[in-house]
Design a protein around this ligand. Sequence first.
Ligand SMILES: NC(=O)c1ccc[n+]([C@@H]2O[C@H](COP(=O)([O-])OP(=O)(O)OC[C@H]3O[C@@H](n4cnc5c(N)ncnc54)[C@H](OP(=O)(O)O)[C@@H]3O)[C@@H](O)[C@H]2O)c1
Length: 231
Amino acid sequence: MHHKTALVTGASSGIGRAIASQLVDAGAKVIGLCRDSSKLPAGVQALPCDLTDIQQIDAAFASIKHLDILVNNAGLALLSRISDGNPADWETMWRLNVQALTICSQKALALFPESGGQIVNTSSMSGHRVPATGGFYSPTKFAVRAISDALRSELRADDNPTRVATVSPGYVDTPLLDHYFKGREEQLAQTRQSIRMLQPDDVASAVLHILNTPLHVEITDIQMRSVDQKS
Ligand SMILES: NC(=O)c1ccc[n+]([C@@H]2O[C@H](COP(=O)([O-])OP(=O)(O)OC[C@H]3O[C@@H](n4cnc5c(N)ncnc54)[C@H](OP(=O)(O)O)[C@@H]3O)[C@@H](O)[C@H]2O)c1
């Protein structure tokens, strides 16, 4: 990872923080995009930005000269049902989980070297099957996989060697679960007791594996979950 520059979105917490830390340890120059830069790990250059605001994304990318790696990790899992959820929650998740990821990908392509860069998008097991409580979150994670596949096809058609991967974890013990289980705190406590959840570093190690593969290898998706998670 020496001589590589990586941008990690959502680097201030959970999975993104672990990815940023592991990239720093591997010798990369790491730019951490998030709203609260005070929580970034040591060695990460802060890029403050609210990804739900397109103008802020434009301004953030305007300050970057070169990139080799983009990890589109920032995401939010609000508990918001299709049948009676709040459309404002759907919009927030759409803007962050889908729209921002797509815009950041497009902007990163212009900053990658001619020899190609790497994009890793954080999807979810909820992007592979719809949990009963998945609400609008699950469709945003299906969209992440579809966008990744669409972009990969476009790049191959254009003879662009940039590689695109997704990583799809089950439960990971991060603050995101507090939103997802809002109003179901007892169920979250039970789940934490009954399942040895993935830790952020478990997912980060999978991302580093993707990033360390030889240039001719393109991993398209890693699905991973705790051995205790039944679905
Ligand atoms: N935890 C799980 O069980 C799980 C499972 C599967 C997939 N995932 C996916 O993994 C990714 C990371 O989740 P996590 O569990 O690590 O969550 P987390 O600990 O809550 O971290 C979310 C990160 O996203 C950033 N973020 C949130 N809103 C933002 C905004 N408007 N603009 C810029 N950054 C924003 C946060 O930074 P600031 O607050 O500083 O802006 C934070 O760094 C998400 O895409 C999530 O869907 C999580």
